[in-house]
Design a protein around this ligand. Sequence first.
Ligand SMILES: [Zn+2]
Length: 423
Amino acid sequence: MKLCVQCARITSHEPGCAADPSPESDHAALDPRARHERVLAGMQRVRDLVAAGRARLPGTPREALEHVWLAQDALARYPASDLQSFDAKRDLNTLQKEVAALRADACAALPDGGGERIAADLDLARKALELQAEIYRRRREAATFDLTALGKLPHARVNYARSEAHVLDDVCLEVESRLAESSALQREVETWGNANLGALVRGEAPPHVPVAKVPAGSRASLAFGAGTAMIALGVALDVLKAIPPAPAAVFAALGVVTLLAGLVFLVLRNRRYAMLPAEFQGLGIAYRERLYLSAALRFLRRRTSLRERAEDAFRQFTSGESAARWKRLRNEERDAVRFFFDWEDKRTLEDALNRAATAAVTRKAKLVTFDAVKPDEWDALAKALALDLATAESAADEAQRFDVLLALIAGGDGDAKVVGALK
Ligand SMILES: [Zn+2]
């Protein structure tokens, strides 16, 4: 079986791969009977491979050996422990011996030691191709990632239109700077207390206004008290004829002015109080946007790290002892590589893999838009983040609960697997 450029695997597909014509059910989830049947079906495929290999033995022992390689690869995926009957186990044992016999015959038909080398080359070519194809697959996934949702935020503007190369890395940096700009929001939200967090992100009115948020009425009270006292004093002085009427009237007039000032303070305080719900609403929108960007950043970072890991794994492989052999297989003796992936001679293998991935990786992953996130989902995201921030002991476990919820902002069928794994 050829290389699948969509999932970067040879002889099997990644679970959920769209290119898989007959997806096998999740092995671990099967009941014993279904596991038994699965191995029986696999054994039949191996029998077919052995028969086809035997037929090629007289003229093309190399092809016979390639069939052996495929048969051994298949046998490794069908454990005898899944078989329910002794007869079936005995049949599997017989089949293994047949594969081994065909291998010995094919090796014998090839000039000195050639058979062993072909088998080893196939192993190496498989591993190298899978590692390299994974790079082009992940690059392609990153390049096609639909980021338009980042342009539909209420306030923040994220420039997501970039050239293809490393597009996600650039966008991550940009999202990081938007988050840095809004870092004061986190503290502002904390001043409203945990009891209001749910209402805040759901866009509801605050259930409890914290004491610190209630505008102080002390200035108004003070002015009322002072004004009343001054009027009373003015009236008293006038009644007692303690001072001439004119100064007493001044006292009373000052008292009235002070009272009026108290009234103004009261109106201002009430106006400030009346503005609290609107402030709360505005803060809610801004904070939801921050939550959205935090989730988007962590989600996109995961995607970029898939690409980085693929590049690292291939780099490690090609800098090790296999490097020289791989160079020989991809440049000079291409049979082993071509057995899994065929390409035009005028192109380099890298170019061919890149083109194949570009043509095959078409499912676009994306972020759901800000407006599509439901109130319950905002609530869950906000509480997970608050709990993570409160309990984090190190940067590594900072976002454990939050990460579980990243599926909420993952859209597009290209991410069905990621979403499934997170839920
Ligand atoms: Zn596949």
